[in-house]
Design a protein around this ligand. Sequence first.
Ligand SMILES: [Zn+2]
Length: 266
Amino acid sequence: MSFQYEHVILIGIDGAGNFYRGADTPTIHRLMEEGAGDDYCLTSIPTDSAECWGSMLIGVYPEKHGMTNGTIDDTPYKHGDEHPTVYKLIRDAMPDAVIGSFSHWNPINTSIADPDIGVVKDTDQDGPLTERICDFIINEKPTFLFIQFDSIDGAGHKYGYNTPLYLKELHVVDGYAAKVCAAVEKAGIADSTLIIATADHGGIGTGHGGRTDEEKYVFFAAKGKTVKKGKIKLEIKDIPAIICRALGVPADPRWDAKVPDGMFTD
Ligand SMILES: [Zn+2]
C-alpha cells in the first residue's frame, strides 16, 4: 500500500495563472523547488471561476459538473449523485475526517462544497480569513482543507493581469500562503501533510474566460514526504485524484481526473 497522508491542504489563488514566475513570491517558488511542479497546468475552458474551481474540486470537465459563472448561485451543487465533490468522497470514506472549506468567493461554499456532510465553512476577505485558516489548522488539524484567496483576481480585473500592481498583490497573497505553511509546521503535522498550491485560471488585459495561454495555464505545486521533486504534467481536473490518492480515499470511476505519472515515490 502506498504512503498515506493524514492531511491535505489545497491553497487556491484565484486568477493567479502562472504569473508567480515574474513576481516576488518566495513561498510559491519554494513549494515549486521542494516539490513537484507544473508551470503549464491546463485549467478548464472557459477559464472562469465556477468552471475551473468546479473541475478542481469535482474531478471532471465543466460539461459534466455543469457549473458556469453565469448560473452559479447560492443553491447546492446539482450533479453530486453522478459526479461527487472531493469533499463528499472524503466524507464517505472517512466519517470522522475534519474537512474545511475557507473561501473568499462564497459560491464555492454554497454551491460546490456539500451542505450536509459536516464541512466547516468560512468566508471573508483574504487577510482576516488567513488568520482563521491558521487557527483552524493548528486547532483542528484538518484531514482536508480547501482555501480560496480572491484578492489577486480582484487586482487583475482592476489593474490588469501580470501588471506591476497585480504582481505586488501576488506578493501579498504569497505572504498569506506563507502563514498557512507556517501553521502546518506549528501544528506539528508537516511530515504527514500534502500541501498543494495552484490557481483556477489566469487572465489577460483585465479579464479572463478565453483560451489564451495567459488565461488557460496556471501554476501547480505540491510538496509532501513522498512527492518526487521535479516537473510533472497535469490538468486542474486531476487534483481530486491527487488528493484522494494521498489520503487513501478510493478513486471515483467516473472521474476525468488521474494522478500524474511519477508524482509520488510511494
Ligand atoms: Zn477565478
